[in-house]
Design a protein around this ligand. Sequence first.
Ligand code: CMP
Length: 146
Amino acid sequence: MLPYELKPADAAAVAQMLGRFELFRSLSSEQVGRLVPFVALHRYGEGEVVIEKDAAGDAFYLIYSGEVEVTVPGLLSEKVVSRLGPGQFFGELALLLRQPRSATVVAVEETDLFVLKSLDFEMVLERSPDIAALVRAVAKERFDAL
Ligand code: CMP
């Protein structure tokens, strides 16, 4: 099943939802409002794969609600390296390092994600050094843990 796109009532509602993310705390509400046309809100069902390890990276994800599990292949079965929840993000490593996806990410319950295409992700990072620094710091920790 494909994730389906949610259509929040209006741009103001989306801006308010985005404004809750720690990642955007350095932005004014006007700046958050400018992000609205670039994000899509997708709902994933329990067990749905959001990112497949080794696939090409084309988007960045922010968790609005729900939970995802990050796994890598282990000796006999998948090894869970992390669980991420509301306010957290993923999918940054492939975009920053221009490499295939480092892990598989699966929704463990109904999960709503804001999706930012890679070019738009790059634009946001270029325009906001604070966001870039935050994303890079988290990416470094995750990369070192791989
Ligand atoms: P990417 O490699 O693009 O796709 C898989 C994503 O899983 C990766 O970006 C990170 O966002 C995330 N990820 C990988 N390793 C970890 C980890 N140790 N902890 C949390 N998230 C991770």
